[in-house]
Write a protein that binds this ligand. Structure first.
Ligand SMILES: NC(=O)CC[C@H](N)C(=O)O
Length: 382
């Protein structure tokens, strides 16, 4: 097995072995605590430009299949549209040697090679995670093969890459063209979904509820939206720093001005929050995993949620504030650290959450939010 090295911005190096493609990759090192769902994690466009460190020690048991991908490439061959890996790199402790799942068509190792994703295995991921937890997410690189020829240069390469703060990335992952996901059965409503890095399970959750989803590129304008006469607008998850997403924020303000019902997830929550006048900040190490507890301020109920974010909205539990579109409040907070996990207009016409009710992968506690959005489109008071 050939050597590979993970180099962190603070100068720490972890030597392991190649995993996936050979070469060099740069990105922000972040850790994900999910025990399962690596295929969904790797294909989630929100991880664009990030090197994911898995805290679960053994990765790859279920191989790779043609069904669980979360990216959407309308130009890809049928059956392959959801499989693009978006992470910049993958760092694991112990890759499985034998795939064991009836749906697997290949192994994770082979898929990483196929897609040219550079990874590293055999490092003490517990130590890496402790460093990231203590010092925060930081720039990093994984190097193997010829990239190891000049070991003294690696740290410089890591340190000269752009930081995640200030990164405007939604346009790099968004579909360049519109596409439509048809509902199961008769269409009841049409939602215009702004693709800032949308995961495929989101339109699927709408489709199950009779909603036709018209996905629009991140560059869509308010007239592109109103031309569809949608019953609602959806703001997707996505990569990068929400403070850079000025176009999406202006678009959202336009949608709120038209009083079209609006729902947002993750990046979409940060954008709705900004449209309501709040600002965002970079968290120390973010929330990435599938068992993160969130408190709904209105009911006191806790949902166990899937999350993947490194930025958050300013605010505190239950805080109410005035906006250009009426009064709003912080609707949800994280039970672990009190960060904002949701905002809403008191009118109920617009709401969003920082976590992932589409749960791919993850627990289904928050799926009711899709029902709530359908109820708002139906004209019911949410
Ligand atoms: N999953 C997401 O939508 C992530 C949103 C944003 N890029 C963040 O890291 O906070």
């Amino acid at each position: 097995m050939s050597p590979a090295v993970l180099v962190l911005e603070n100068g720490q190096r972890f030597t392991g072995v190649e995993f996936g493609a050979r070469g060099q990759t740069l990105g922000e090192a972040v850790f994900c605590t999910a025990m399962t769902g690596y295929q969904e994690t790797l294909t989630d466009p929100s991880y664009h430009r990030q090197i994911v460190v898995a805290t679960a020690p053994q990765i790859g048991n279920t191989g790779w299949n043609r069904e669980d991908g979360e990216s959407h490439d309308p130009a890809a061959a049928p059956g392959d549209e959801t499989g693009r890996i978006w992470v910049a790199g993958y760092a694991v402790r112990n890759p499985t040697r034998r795939v064991s799942n009836f749906r697997a068509t290949t192994s994770l190792q082979d898929e990483l090679v196929e897609q040219g994703i550079v990874g590293i295995a055999g490092i003490d991921t517990r130590t890496v995670v402790r460093v990231l937890r203590e010092h925060g997410s930081m720039r990093a690189g994984i190097f193997s093969g010829d990239a190891l020829a000049e070991p003294d240069e690696l740290l410089e390469r890591v340190r000269t890459q752009p930081s995640m703060a200030g990164a405007d990335l939604a346009g790099e992952v968004s579909s360049p063209v519109d596409y439509v996901i048809s509902p199961d059965g008769e269409p009841r409503f049409t939602v215009a979904a702004i693709d800032l890095g949308i995961k495929t399970n989101t339109p699927r959750m709408f489709a199950e509820r009779g909603v036709r989803v018209h996905v629009l590129p991140a560059s869509a304008t308010l007239s592109d939206i109103t031309a569809l006469s949608p019953d609602g607008v959806f703001l997707s998850n996505g990569p990068g720093d929400p403070a850079t997403a000025d176009h999406a924020v202006e678009l959202t303000r336009g949608v709120l001005g038209e009083d079209i019902p609006l729902f947002g997830i993750c990046f979409g929550n940060q954008i709705l929050g900004r449209a309501l006048g709040r600002s965002t900040y970079k968290m120390k190490f973010g929330h990435r995993g599938i068992n993160i507890p969130v408190i709904d301020h209105a009911t006191g109920k806790v949902s166990i949620t899937a999350q993947n974010h490194g930025f958050a909205l300013e605010g505190s539990a239950g805080e109410e504030f005035d906006t250009d579109f009426g009064r709003a409040r912080v609707s949800h907070v994280c039970a672990n650290d009190g960060t904002v996990e949701g905002v809403e207009l008191l009118s109920g016409r617009a709401f969003s959450v920082q976590y992932h009710p589409e749960a791919a992968a993850g627990p289904h506690d928050a799926a009711y939010l899709f029902d709530r959005f359908v109820a708002v489109m139906q004209g019911e008071n949410a």
